[in-house]
Design a binder for this molecule. Structure first.
Ligand SMILES: NC(=O)c1ccc[n+]([C@@H]2O[C@H](COP(=O)([O-])OP(=O)(O)OC[C@H]3O[C@@H](n4cnc5c(N)ncnc54)[C@H](O)[C@@H]3O)[C@@H](O)[C@H]2O)c1
Length: 353
């Protein structure tokens, strides 16, 4: 019997090739008069282009984005906002740029506008993250959720394949875990299933022809759906493991997700039959973990945890850290079970249920 709570944050999305050119009118609607543009280092030129479009509304550009938002970088961004008396921030870049905007909005009440250039999906969530002393803390706060997002596929064509593929798998991971979330609901499951289907179809096309704007649009659409479900329902073992590996062993965020996802699926799916059915429909095969492993390799993700720089001794540490505190997962999380999952990923064997 259906029994669920549905809740979704307000969001405004402008989707389409060239949609970024409507930034000024959206800023005007928000009443923003002093806008700080926050850009990752790969997007200095785009930041200057957007600054030119919004003219006197722009009060500065801050391009000191660093992955995982070190607290010093968050402080530097907040100081810039105070110095320039900015009343709005526009983030331009991947999850790292969005993350810095969120760290600012956590402490200074202002609207965020987001121009994402990867498939990470952070722009659709109220989740923030900050790194201090080597440890990453995350939390939820509706104040950090961007008010307007521009999904412009012209901005993802410059993604190097080595970033695009794993970033797309990161988005698929949000959708997969949304399907067996503790607070899953049928609306979010519809979006999650569609997100997997669209991304699995579009990512190989994006990899094959970097200038295929239609494929980029599809992949970005799938990433948007994945971001929505990430913001709306809880995650489980897969995200916990990736958080541990990234936090403790500094493995790259999207690469880690791309590598671990098939193994996390193999671990969980027999205990999550509804999720398995939806993934079977989305991927066109009941061999879900295998299909995800093949997709992950086809889009250029690292093949093994060894490639990500881990040793076999690290696996025991990771298994210990990932099982210290209890959390929801469709299947019981045991240290031995997680250790075996990590060993399989270390050797890159075909994931086994
Ligand atoms: N809070 C959330 O809801 C949430 C969700 C997903 C990810 N995140 C966080 O986001 C971060 C990872 O984000 P990410 O995977 O997007 O990586 P990223 O933002 O660090 O970008 C990865 C690299 O790609 C470059 N890049 C980005 N877009 C490009 C483009 N279009 N063309 C060329 N180069 C481009 C960047 O300059 C960077 O070097 C992590 O810190 C992760 O924890 C947060």
């Amino acid at each position: 019997m259906l029994d669920f709570v549905f809740s979704i944050s307000p969001m405004r999305v402008l989707f389409g090739a060239g949609s970024r050119h409507r930034l000024d009118e959206e800023l005007a609607s928000l009443g923003a008069r002093r806008v700080l543009l926050i850009a990752d280092p790969a997007h200095r030129r785009l930041a200057r282009e957007l600054a030119g479009q919004v003219g006197t509304r722009c009060c500065g550009i801050f391009d000191g984005v660093v992955q995982h938002v070190p607290v010093e970088v968050a402080e530097a961004g907040r100081a810039k906002v105070r110095e320039l008396q900015a009343d709005c921030c526009v983030t331009i870049g991947g999850g790292s740029a969005t993350g810095l905007g969120k760290a600012i909005a956590m402490e200074i009440a202002l609207p965020l506008v987001s121009v994402p250039t990867t498939y990470a999906g952070s722009e659709m969530t109220p989740i923030w993250g900050l790194t201090e002393g080597g440890l990453k803390r995350t939390g939820r706060d509706s104040a950090v959720q961007p008010r307007v997002t521009f999904y412009d596929p012209e901005l993802t064509v410059t993604l190097p394949p080595a970033v695009a593929g794993p970033s797309g798998m990161n988005a698929i991971a949000h959708s997969v875990e949304a399907l067996y979330a503790e607070n899953a609901n049928p609306i979010m499951s519809l979006l999650a299933e569609e997100g997997v289907r669209v991304l699995a179809e579009a990512l190989p096309r994006v990899m094959a022809a970097q200038d295929d704007i239609e494929a980029h649009g599809k992949a970005l659409y799938g990433a948007w759906l994945a971001g929505v479900v990430l913001g709306a329902v809880g995650m489980a073992l897969h995200h916990k493991l990736c958080h541990v590996l990234g936090g403790t062993f500094k493995t790259a965020h999207a690469d880690t997700h791309a590598l671990i996802l098939p193994y996390a699926c193999a671990y969980n799916l027999e205990a999550a039959p509804d999720a398995k059915l939806r993934l079977t429909a989305a991927l066109g095969t009941a061999q879900v973990a295998r299909a995800l492993r093949e997709l992950s390799l086809a889009v250029g993700a690292p093949a093994t945890l060894k490639d990500l720089g881990l040793s076999t001794a690290d696996l025991a540490t990771a298994a210990e850290l990932a099982t210290q505190a209890p959390y929801y997962n469709p299947r019981e999380v045991t240290r031995d079970g997680v250790h075996q999952l990590l060993l399989d990923a270390y050797h890159g064997v075909m994931p086994r249920a």
